[in-house]
Design a protein around this ligand. Sequence first.
Ligand code: NCD
Length: 362
Amino acid sequence: MKSVVDILDLSVKEIDELLDTALDIIDHPAKYAEICRGKKLATLFFEPSTRTRLSFEAAMYELGGNVIGFSSASSTSASKGESVADTAKVISCYADIIAMRHPKEGAPFVAAKNASIPVINAGDGGHHHPTQTLADLLTIKREKGQFSGLTVGFCGDLKFGRTVHSLITALCRYENINFVMISPDELKLPGYVKNEIPQGRGFTYTETTDLEAVMPTLDILYMTRVQQERFTDIDEYLRLRDAYILNPEKLVTAKKDMIILHPLPRVNEISVAVDADPRACYFKQVQNGKYMRMALILKLLNDAKGGKAEDKEQEGTYLYDFKCDNPRCITTTEQELRQVFRVVSPENRICRCIYCDTKKRY
Ligand code: NCD
């Protein structure tokens, strides 16, 4: 069963097809209005979300389908101690497709392994958020026409900002992209994402703390919220939350055709005065997110119809004798889940948790 847990679960060709479908949906909504009649999407949201959950729901309704689900863990059997694996098996009896958001990294992966219907990761901890990436890609395609040859600045919480991680991973499959990472030292991009950036193919990578210094070079400025809920030390959050606030004055030196993206919700990192700037594209991004989710639901339901079983196991050497050190990893709460690490660099004796991607030396 094909699921989308990581943006890499979709090939570049599949992403291109999803972009084409979304553009077709925009042009011919009536063609799609009944296409999922009789199908049910289950939205399993163990963590708060407004936009992503409602976007999935709106997407399914606009395809003529129905939606069941919940929007907080407290109202579910998880609060009685039910495992993610069991929840996935149960929901497979009720619905045709699952969209899951969970605070634990790797939870949708566990769900995908146990469900008999497709699972879409709607955000797992600070890890991945592939459907936000699809929204980002459609916005970039519609506004800039291409993915290659751009200078893309990511600003804010690059450590916990899962949308940043998924978008970088997606863009790394194109070419000639200059990544400019703008963050306080404490919120720099994690090594496992940085290591994915190709050494060749025209990629460059710069880290800075100074947004204004790099502003004139950017084609895209991707702002992010400092992710309060992922901090263990609240004082550190309070110290870092106002590190970058984008306002009209700071945009004076930006290119006239730069676009400003933000996955939303914003707190204060983009001042409201910026909304009137034609370069502000974050509300268009929201709209595009719904179209891409429609395209994805459609694709996964069609693939499932074909009944083709998808082998999610990657080839490689696996180790089973370690414990994952990441406190946000799903293995810390799923009692029966077997720890599994995949060897990623035998020469440096490094392996990676298959659920949350945390690396470990062995
Ligand atoms: C983002 C998320 O959930 O990671 N929001 C979203 O998908 N619309 C960003 C955030 O919460 O800051």
